[in-house]
Design a protein around this ligand. Sequence first.
Ligand code: PLP
Length: 411
Amino acid sequence: MALDCTRVRQDFPPLSSGLVFLDNAASTLKPRSVMEAMHSFGLSSYANVHRGVYRLSMEASKAYEDAHEVVAKFVGGTWEEVVFTRNSTESLQTAALTLYANGVITRGSEILITMAEHHANMIPWLRVAKMAGASVKMLPLDEEGVPRWDLLDEYLTPKTSVVAIGHISNVTGSKAPVEEVARKARSTGALLVLDSAQGVPHTPVNFKAMGVDMAAFSGHKMLGPTGIGVLWIRRDLAEELEPPLGGGGTVDRVKLGSGGVEIRWSTTPWKFEAGTPPIIEAVGLAEAVRYLEAIGMENVERHEEELTRALLEGIAEREYIEVLGPRSPGRRQGIVAFNIRGMKPDWVGLALDRRGIAVRTGLHCAHILHDALGHSEGSVRASLYIYNCISDVEKLLEALDDIYKRHGGAK
Ligand SMILES: Cc1ncc(COP(=O)(O)O)c(C=O)c1O
């Protein structure tokens, strides 16, 4: 059954004012059910988890563990593979530090990323490479800002320890050929880390089937609350690895032995969740997953594709708009970054806001990609989700015409 965006909109109170919300790649709005689940859990079932034998703590622990299970199923995994973090940035940071701390990234080894990466999937690798004495290689981009996947064989070497790529670009919306990259990475003995911050919220995902070793995504970009993200780690790998952070929750037993302090780590995923975890947020994220599952991720993906197609077709009719990334809708998910020729992105963003349309402007934490595409001052980004209807696309295009006519056209 197709997604009924008019019906979906009713679950998101800010939209009742007529707001056209097109900043979903930054963070999505929250449905009532997510906020209500957190509210009700916080008021009636909340206690710290994994620490008490009293009823409230056991109830809270059960809800927290169930959240791991719900999220795991959503990405084709098991609950032991789901580590809750604060967000994708922290997940990728944790992945990088874990692989460094466990001797996967070593002196002289290479980490392969692409020039299209969000800084969350760039800075952590540059930092651990510096710590380890390793190097970071970047796959170059084609003229549309898409990584040159055809050069993968050349860039992968026996020294490559990790390949870390974005699933869907937060600027061009282009999708990586994850299965192919996974196959090639595995054949050279490298691990594949996927930044799925823009993947999991928008497309059906099964990390295991895709051949991914570790993956990151954020709750707040998929209808869930802020303050919770996921680091998914393939189970056998998670069992092998020591965590980069220690403290309460990560250890099963600590003893003074003859050689000093002896640590027995907890099992996965708990050994990776140091300190009191995001408990109320986990309940909210599980509810967000249930909401998306009720719609069906195939429907989410198809709906976004339809809207993206309409937006790109509309833009193609307007020579005053320059699009960043592939022009053909089949090559991108629901993200379209663009510029009006001769106008600064912030200015366009403010003018859209005055017309009731929320978009993001700037460099979207992808400076190298913007420079490579010749848009060093940034871009305007419209990103779509389940509560956007075709009328939102039409309103955006009409508003852009109006802005150009009044201001840009005169230049
Ligand atoms: C592709 C990509 N990766 C990582 C992130 C970082 O996500 P967060 O801010 O939730 O850590 C973002 C956020 O915009 C993103 O778009």
